[in-house]
Each structure stands twice: as structure tokens, then as C-alpha cells.
Design a protein around this ligand. Structure first.
Ligand SMILES: Cc1cc2nc3c(=O)[nH]c(=O)nc-3n(C[C@H](O)[C@H](O)[C@H](O)COP(=O)(O)OP(=O)(O)OC[C@H]3O[C@@H](n4cnc5c(N)ncnc54)[C@H](O)[C@@H]3O)c2cc1C
Length: 454
């Protein structure tokens, strides 16, 4: 009997939690083969990403190797190139030479998430940093440290001001947590740069709405805004980024902020691979039914940020958050089991438990089961809840240790550069190096050429 093949595309919250649920059921069946494909070989816990950028956490502590999370589900580290729904095949590539493999499937789970959208704003794509991947957080951290190093010995006042100005666009969760973490990091770091003072640091948050963190309501948004302003974060609300040049960031009402750093968190777009699929979409995301199946495409499922999932209570789509993607993954896995083994499929239903944001200096804002929290209590809830959600005991311990050490020591200022150390390729003291090449079998002329070249 041919084995039933399930292929999951994407190892973020949606894809991974589908696979984790399947580990308990279908993955135990020798007649079923389940494969998860992901670009990186790790699962990234995005809610703590800003803590890596701001040097609160070690960069590997918020990621988990997918192989350590899955025992029965096969893992393929590679990139999905194309999806052929008619012939039930997925083309993937990996390796240095980017060679291809074809994965056949009976059931396909689409969990490719979303990507950053720059909305064709002039100069933005070339110059902006993003906050989506682990690499993004490391790049931002490196950039902040590099600019502090440069500014410390920069005597041209204008240039120094530009180097020490940082703009974050987007007053949602990612933008607010990032700007707060950057602000704390940069101001604290000044203690170690003798020619810099915290007052020289300029951090600006640009947000198109009237109040930041709109998902949390006006009261908590206004609180977060006030707290950030007290810590010298400049607020530009009701404002959009109009463009970015080498000189700085131009805002919608005409102001030009001289800076060399803009972090863009103000827009996402569904994964571009979805464009190639002939199924119903809404603003580029795949429309699924209440059981997370894609209508008119038997055996195709979708969840997370790349799917539009109807909320039966409101009639609107569920929001694209990690807490939803986790629950969707569990329901999707159970429905997959029902589709293969028979049984009743269940609709996805979930009510947001809470929303939390850390806004720096041991303060936060949170709305849990309809109750608002702010200040230290909200920050403590943020840490406790997210620590409990971080997969694997080992990583929980590592993060808890990092947080404890953070109370005792100042933030680390080491840049993570991956350049090769300087090298040369010449003979030692002009003497010919021992002949390392194998000349056996080479024709005489070739042997002479090889001798000349060593
Ligand atoms: C900075 C930040 C902070 C956040 N904080 C919170 C929070 O506090 N609480 C909350 O609920 N939500 C938060 N979110 C939102 C949350 O991360 C997303 O809603 C969630 O990750 C969606 O899960 P997903 O599986 O749909 O997509 P993702 O988690 O993005 O997973 C998609 C996966 O697909 C992989 N992939 C993409 N393309 C390919 C390809 N071609 N080939 C192979 N693999 C591919 C990606 O590498 C990725 O691993 C945050 C997001 C960000 C960026």
C-alpha cells in the first residue's frame, strides 16, 4: 500500500504546532509520512525578538532547532519554490548549489506566514531594516552598536546627530516593543562611550493612527505613549513615512528627520507564493472554511498569517497572531486526522485570551480576559506568560538565566560579525612553500605551470 503523504509548508507557529499535534496521532502510523519544510532549521519565537535586538537575550535562546522538537515528523530544511495543486507536488530547493527536490503529497498544509511590505515607498526597501527574522534582530543590534562606535569618534556635529538618530515606523506590537527596547539599549550603552551622552540619542516612533497599540484600546495605548515620551522617545502620531533617502526619513507632513536608521514594522503582505495558487483569496490570503480546509481543493489546508479564517461570532477573520496560529495548528491536525481516518471535523473557534506588550524599563501594557493591566504588573505578566509559551525546558531556563543576569550586569555591546579574519596567500618569507599539489599524471607542460604557480 502506498503511504499517505502529508507535507507542511512553513515551520512557524502555524506549521510547527500542526506538526507537534500530528506527532501525537498520525505520525505514529507507519503508513503515514509527514514532512515539514522550513527555510531555517529552527523555530523562531517572535514575541521575544526585540529582546535579542536590544541585547537582553542571547540570540540563540529564543530559537529552537526543529529537529529537537519533532521526533516522528520528518524535517526538510529548504525553500519552497513552487506549489502544483493540480498534480499534488511541491518543488523545494536547498544546499549550496540550490538543487531541487519534488515532494508529492496527499494532504498539503500551507503555513508560510506573511512577509514585510514596503508599499513602494521611495527608498524604503533599499534602506530600511525589518523586524521579522532572527537575522533582522541581529542586524539591528549590530547596527546600533556600530553607530555608537562610529559616533564616539565623530567630530562633525551634524553627522554625529544623524548617526545617533533612530526612527521606527509602525505603532503596533512589533514597532512599540522594538522602539522601547532600542531606546533603553542605546541610552544605557552611552555609559561606555566617553564622548557620548544619553541626551544625544534621538529615537522617533512614527505611527499613522492617533494612538499607538490600537489593538489594546485607547487607554492602554495612551499610557504606553506617555511612558515612552517620558523616556524621550519622540512620537509622531497621525503621521506616515513618505520616503527615505541617504540623508534621512521624510514624513507625510513634510518633516525630514536626518538619520541613517529606519526600522520598518508598518506593513505586511501575504506570502508571494500564494499568488500562484488558483484558490479563493482575500487581500492575497487564502480563504479557508471553518475547519481550515481550502474549499474546492481536497486535501489542501491553510492557517496562520497566510489564511483568512472566519470567526463565527463576529463574521470577520481571526487576527493574525501567534496565539491564534498555535490553536489553529492543533485544530487543523485533528481535522486532518478525521479526514484520513474518518470522523467528524471540528470548526476552529477561539476567543483571544489576552494581548500583552512590553514597553521597556520593566513596564508593560496588557489586556487579559477583558481586564487592563499596565506598569510593572503588565511587564511581569508579559515575561511570565511568554516564558511559559517558549518551547522546550532548556530554552526556558536559558532565557530565565539571561533575564536574571540582566538584573546584575549591563547589556552586552559585542557585535556579532561573521566576517572571516584577515588572510593572505603567499609564500612564507618569500621562500617557496612545500609543493602541495598532486602533479602525478599531469603532462610535462602542466607540471611546469603548476610549479611556477606555487
Ligand atoms: C516582531 C514580532 C513580534 C510578534 N509578537 C507577537 C506577540 O507578542 N504575540 C502574538 O500572538 N503574535 C506576535 N507576532 C505575530 C506572530 O509572530 C505571527 O502571527 C505568527 O508567527 C504567524 O504564524 P505563521 O505560522 O502563520 O507564520 P510564521 O510564524 O511567520 O511562519 C512562517 C514560516 O514559513 C517559513 N517560510 C516562508 N517562506 C518559505 C519558503 N519559501 N520556504 C520555506 N519556508 C518558508 C518561514 O521561514 C517561517 O518559519 C509577532 C510578530 C513579529 C514579527
Amino acid at each position: 500500500m502506498p503511504r499517505t503523504k502529508i507535507v507542511i509548508l512553513g515551520g512557524g507557529f502555524g506549521g510547527l504546532y500542526t506538526a507537534l499535534e500530528l506527532e501525537k496521532t498520525l505520525a505514529r502510523d507507519p503508513d503515514i509520512e509527514i514532512t515539514l519544510v522550513n527555510h531555517e532549521n529552527f523555530f523562531l519565537f517572535t514575541p521575544m525578538l526585540h529582546e535579542v535586538a536590544a541585547s537582553d537575550l542571547d540570540m540563540t535562546h529564543i530559537v529552537n532547532p526543529i529537529r529537537k522538537l519533532l521526533k516522528r515528523v520528518r524535517f526538510f530544511a529548504g525553500d519552497v519554490e513552487s506549489i502544483d495543486l493540480d498534480n499534488k507536488r511541491v518543488r523545494v530547493f536547498h544546499g549550496e548549489d540550490e538543487h531541487h527536490h519534488e515532494l508529492e503529497y496527499d494532504h498539503l498544509v500551507l503555513a508560510l506566514g506573511a512577509i514585510t511590505n514596503f508599499f513602494k515607498l521611495p527608498g524604503l526597501e533599499e534602506r530600511a531594516l525589518t523586524m521579522k527574522s532572527l537575522g533582522d534582530a541581529i542586524e539591528l543590534r549590530n547596527r546600533m552598536i556600530a553607530l555608537l562606535e562610529e559616533s564616539d569618534f565623530e567630530c562633525a556635529q551634524d553627522l554625529r546627530r544623524r548617526l545617533l538618530t533612530f526612527v521606527v515606523a509602525g505603532g503596533g506590537f512589533a514597532g512599540v516593543e522594538t522602539v522601547a527596547a532600542m531606546n533603553d539599549f542605546l541610552r544605557e550603552a552611552c555609559d561606555f562611550y566617553p564622548h557620548l551622552h544619553a541626551e544625544q540619542i534621538r529615537v522617533v516612533l512614527v505611527h499613522p493612527g492617533a494612538v499607538i497599540l490600537p489593538e489594546l484600546g485607547e487607554k492602554l495605548g495612551a499610557y504606553a505613549q506617555k511612558k515612552l515620551a517620558e523616556r524621550n522617545v519622540e512620537m509622531r502620531v497621525n503621521t506616515r513615512v513618505a520616503g527615505v533617502t541617504e540623508e534621512g526619513v521624510r514624513l507625510s507632513h513634510g518633516e525630514m528627520i536626518p538619520t541613517s536608521t529606519i526600522v520598518w514594522t508598518a506593513g505586511t503582505s501575504p506570502h508571494p507564493l500564494l499568488d500562484t495558487l488558483a484558490c479563493e483569496k482575500e487581500k492575497g490570503r487564502i480563504v479557508v472554511d471553518a475547519t481550515l480546509a481550502v474549499p474546492n481543493h481536497a486535501g489542501v489546508w491553510a492557517l496562520g498569517d497566510c489564511a483568512v479564517i472566519p470567526d463565527p461570532k463576529t463574521g470577520k477573520a481571526y487576527p493574525p497572531t501567534a496565539q491564534h496560529a498555535i490553536r489553529e495548528g492543533r485544530v487543523l491536525a485533528q481535522n486532518l486526522k478525521a479526514a484520513i481516518r474518518g470522523g467528524k471535523r471540528k470548526p476552529f473557534e477561539f476567543k483571544t485570551i489576552g494581548l500583552l506588550a512590553s514597553i521597556g524599563r520593566r513596564t508593560g501594557v496588557a489586556q487579559i480576559l477583558g481586564r487592563n493591566f499596565s506598569g510593572f504588573m503588565a511587564w511581569w505578566l508579559w515575561r511570565t506568560i511568554y516564558l511559559s509559551k517558549l518551547p522546550r525546558f532548556e530554552k526556558k531556563v536559558r532565557v530565565a538565566v539571561d533575564w536574571t543576569l540582566d538584573l546584575l550586569f549591563s547589556k552586552d555591546l559585542v557585535q556579532f560579525k561573521t566576517h572571516r579574519a584577515p588572510t593572505v596567500s603567499h609564500t612564507l618569507h618569500g621562500k617557496p612553500e612545500p609543493l602541495m599539489v598532486d602533479m602525478k599524471g599531469a603532462p610535462r607542460a602542466k607540471q611546469e605551470e603548476m610549479m611556477m604557480s606555487v
